[in-house]
Design a protein around this ligand. Structure first.
Ligand code: ASP
Length: 399
């Protein structure tokens, strides 16, 4: 009966309905909504289950399907230029807004006794060495996505050189890709129930009121994200692509809703890939641009990192020099690239930014407590940025 109800509503509307229903249940039931948590956990596990094989298979095929090294170079350069420039724009936008609105002035940000986990980002150097895994099975088991991406690119390039003897592997990977996408479609069908399990415990435990003391900070973050998503990115989209913008948003809205509900670009990736297909993006483009983007291109996260660093400085009454602001600009970009696409990752890598300008990590505990709703919004912008990237990399299509 539930299946029929979901078919009747249409999956996207059903996911939206699930989000609302989850929030409502949390609001009405309060902390006992925790009981629904396993439903959300199983849903996330299902998505994670397919994401690693999908990343690997789609990147190998994405690289192989470009056909030649020269064309791979063109797509690679276009993708990198797009990713870096939009991330820069996002950080700059956030930094300008937070400097004008000064939400940190007069705010007390003490968080005694809280020790955030820094292990994941101990150093930039550590981050770089992890890029090259020494054992691909360990990389798969540890979900070292950047390492897997690098290995997949290497396999794809090798396939380009292997000629006819590589063809059987291409056939196997192509059919694996189709199987995983079919599996994803199955998971999307249960997404409306999964998101209830994510939203109800969240709202039930924390409620909306937790954001209240930080209303100005929250407004700056949400305002920045909104401007980036509905002005900056659409402008770039229109500049480089002749697809109808609203039609494209319509085709990919399922991915945006899933990003919002899961707060994880990586977990959303299977849905993002499927949506891009529906939006008319060629597999060879999305297979390369999206898995890479889910890990390295996070406009929403970058914007957030810049805002938080300056917010903390404001709360301490510190005036930042131009040099320090520039350091925040650069490290916020790097920290967003280094953040894995999982919930609250951006708040962990922000320690890199704070460290770089010598700011103490005050208030990170409080920010962790209020993070989820903001994370949901920045993840949506992250995924939207990746999807706009697909259209930009494909460029104008001939009608
Ligand atoms: N949750 C975000 C993502 O997965 C990362 C972050 O900003 O925490 O895209």
């Amino acid at each position: 009966m539930l299946g029929r109800f979901i078919s009747f509503l249409g999956t996207t509307r059903a996911i939206f309905f699930g989000i609302l229903l989850g929030a409502l249940i949390g609001f009405l039931v309060g902390p006992s909504a925790e009981a629904l948590k396993p439903v959300g956990t199983i849903f996330i596990s299902l998505l994670k289950l397919v994401v690693i094989p999908l990343v690997f298979v789609s990147i190998v095929l994405g690289v192989y399907q470009t056909g030649t090294l020269a064309r791979l170079g063109t797509i690679g350069v276009r993708t990198s230029v797009y990713y870096l420039s939009t991330t820069f724009l996002a950080v700059a936008l956030g930094m300008v807004l937070v400097t004008i609105a000064r939400p940190g002035a007069g705010v007390q940000l003490e968080s005694p006794g809280f020790q955030p986990e820094v292990e994941a980002i101990d150093s930039l150097l550590g981050f770089l060495t992890r890029l090259v895994p020494d054992n691909i099975f360990t990389a798969f088991a540890e979900m070292n996505i950047l390492g897997i991406i690098l290995f997949a690119i290497a396999v794809g390039v090798s396939l380009l050189f292997t000629g006819d003897r590589g063809k059987p592997l291409v056939l196997v990977l192509t059919s694996l890709n189709d199987v995983f996408l079919t599996l994803t479609r199955g998971i999307i069908r249960v997404a409306p129930i999964g998101v209830i399990g994510l939203l109800a415990p969240l709202i039930g435990t924390f409620g909306f009121s937790i954001l209240a003391p930080f209303w100005k900070f929250v407004l700056v973050v949400l305002g920045g994200l909104l401007l980036h998503a509905v002005v900056v990115l659409p402008f770039i989209f229109k500049l480089f692509s002749n697809r109808p913008l609203f039609g494209y948003v319509g085709s990919v809205r399922r991915a945006l809703l899933t990003a919002f509900a899961t707060a994880s670009s990586s977990a959303t990736l299977p849905v993002t890939l499927e949506s891009a297909r529906g939006g008319g993006i060629k597999d060879e483009t999305s297979g390369f641009v999206l898995p890479l983007g889910a890990t390295v291109n996070m406009d929403g996260t970058a914007l957030y990192e810049g805002v938080v660093a300056i917010f903390i400085a404001q709360s301490l009454g510190l005036d930042l020099t131009v040099g320090q602001q520039f350091t925040i600009f650069l490290t916020a970009t790097l920290a967003s690239i280094g953040a894995p696409g999982i919930p609250s990752a951006g708040l962990v890598t922000i320690l890199l930014v704070l460290q770089a300008v010598g700011l103490p990590a005050v208030g990170i505990g409080i920010l962790f407590a209020i993070d989820r709703p903001l994370d949901m919004c920045r993840t949506t912008v992250n995924v939207w940025g990746d999807l706009v990237g697909c259209a930009v990399v494909e460029g104008k299509i001939k009608n």
